[in-house]
Design a protein around this ligand. Structure first.
Ligand SMILES: Cc1cc2nc3c(=O)[nH]c(=O)nc-3n(C[C@H](O)[C@H](O)[C@H](O)COP(=O)(O)O)c2cc1C
Length: 172
């Protein structure tokens, strides 16, 4: 069963990192992950998969990236019951410490509202921020990356997340 990886990206940071996730998973499980730029596909495409990875940076102080913002209302028309979703957020913890990776929560909770189960949470304690809609009880509701301040950590964070995805998606 394929995994659909849907992303939006303004300046390329999320695009670069979702491709790392795709490459990492496909190295373990050939051809598993199919990549889609959400700008180019309808929201209904999400329902073609039982397992989703969703990449979204946070923009304009606590808002969704523009392509996800454009699709946000369409999500009310899709039924995501029985679908597992792993959220990948990209943000700037120093520049926006009160809104770090808010999009993980903004979008993730919308997916949950539509019936999806969020998986592949990660420890938020190694990061330095004050508030995030994407974190609950010390855990991000997915993976947070910071290309502005910690670009050298992204590859290791993704490698660790791939282990978590393998378990939570029961891929092994
Ligand atoms: C005007 C502006 C607003 C931003 N707002 C936030 C924010 O609220 N929270 C956050 O974590 N990052 C914020 N960022 C940082 C971006 O999310 C970050 O640079 C990210 O890597 C961009 O990803 P992309 O290249 O995939 O679009 C903001 C950046 C800019 C320039």
């Amino acid at each position: 069963m394929k995994i659909g990886l849907f992303y939006g990206s303004e300046t390329g940071n999320t695009e670069m990192n979702v491709k790392r996730v795709q490459d990492g998973l496909n190295a373990k499980f050939p051809d598993l992950v199919e990549l889609h730029d959400i700008r180019k596909v309808p929201a209904s495409k999400l329902t073609e998969y039982k397992k989703l990875i969703v990449g979204c940076p946070t923009w304009n102080v606590g808002e969704l990236q523009s392509d996800w913002a454009d699709k946000y209302e369409d999500l009310d028309e899709v039924n995501l019951a029985g679908i597992q979703v792993a959220m990948l957020g990209v943000g700037d913890q120093s520049g926006y410490p009160n809104n770090f990776c808010d999009a993980i929560g903004l979008l993730g909770l919308k997916f949950e509202e539509r019936g999806a189960e969020l998986v592949a949470f990660t420890d938020a304690s190694p990061y330095d921020f004050d508030e995030s809609m994407g974190a609950d009880d010390g855990m991000f509701l997915g993976l947070a990356l910071d290309e502005d301040n910690e670009p050298d950590k992204s590859e290791d964070r993704i490698a660790e997340w791939i282990e978590i995805l393998t378990e939570d998606f029961a891929l092994g």
